[in-house]
Write a protein that binds this ligand. Sequence first.
Ligand code: PLP
Length: 420
Amino acid sequence: MPTATMTPIPNTQYLDVHALRADFPILHRRVHDKPLVYLDSAASSQKPQAVLDAMERYYETTHANVHRGVHTLSEEATVQYEAARARVADFIGACCPKEVIWTRNATEAINLVAYSWGRANLRRGDRILLTEMEHHANLVPWQILAAETSVDLDFVPIADNGTLILDDPDRLLTPRTRLFAFTAMSNVLGTINPVKELTAAAHRAGALVLVDGAQSVPHMPVNVQELDIDFLAFSAHKMLGPTGIGALWGRRELLNAMPPFMGGGDMIREVHLRESTWNELPWKFEAGTPAIAEAIGFGAAVDYLDAIGMDTVHRHEQEITAYAMQKLSEVEGLKILGPGPEQRGGLVSFILGDVHPHDIAGVLDSMGIAIRAGHHCAQPLHERYGIPASARASFYIYNTEAEIDLLVAGLHKVVEFFSY
Ligand code: PLP
């Protein structure tokens, strides 16, 4: 059985994880006098030194407000800030930087579409199709919109194995369905949804497609043009970048036709006392002083991931996940939610006998192991499975099979402790 002090960390087939972990200062800290085992990246990932340095360098050498200044610092800050946008646009295969709108996070990106596109385009009797596996971020904005506009919400159901049941697309994608908004990867079940197929079905029915990429963009190659989707929402903090910044990608013609989301400085072309005109994309949707250092940090995170390669990131996580699923299934009374390893990304949610997930997480924390417990902002999904909560271990580029062994050893202790 591995011990909490074991070293060195073995590499997986795809990544030199041992070398890579040296880039993440936080992974060297101890928690309750044990080495930190961080298995909560689906909630928020850790940051490499390159991201921390990029933000610190910006504040030390360049900081000024963007766009408005004619002085050197402002011009340099603007160049760095807009270069980060170009990097992120390139990372997701966007045609051009102006299709990438900075938001605070994926949640705000989805809200932007609900408020701007939704209010301008939807009428009583129109329908929005969602799925039963959505994060609250891709449910609540549509509920609010539905209450205001009398739009109807439909839901693609989930099979017991955690995959979507869309064998009767004509029933769910009706002629009144204007938007199909779904997650590319469930943050609870780990299910990777067939984005291209779902998008093709939606388009055949005349509906637009919004993809919640909060769990896919950080973990696998995502190319918006290949997928042929219409909107994509994602957050920097889940992909090695800072908190406080995310992005909405949208098709230029759709974004151009949408009214602004918020009003204020930077999003305008001209302002008069009683009326204003709007700036061009992407700034039309970015009111006020933006998160400049965070955008620069986001660009550095994308550079870091690009240097590894998103295929490699994905394959590493699949390997770790398959290993975790095999080892976890050996723990007495443990039940894994969701599909087999071939259909899932890098996370495993589970229940363990009658032990409350918060108790599991508490015992593991005392061993330095960070997992998540609760409904993971997916309460309807838990209701679907008749459970109030689950425990979730989620993986990223810096996780190792040795850490999975520590998790499993910890869970054996939980079983012993609660001796059910
Ligand atoms: N969608 C999914 C699938 C998520 O997992 C999350 C966060 O956990 C979100 C949306 C919301 O992300 P954020 O809180 O960064 O806006």
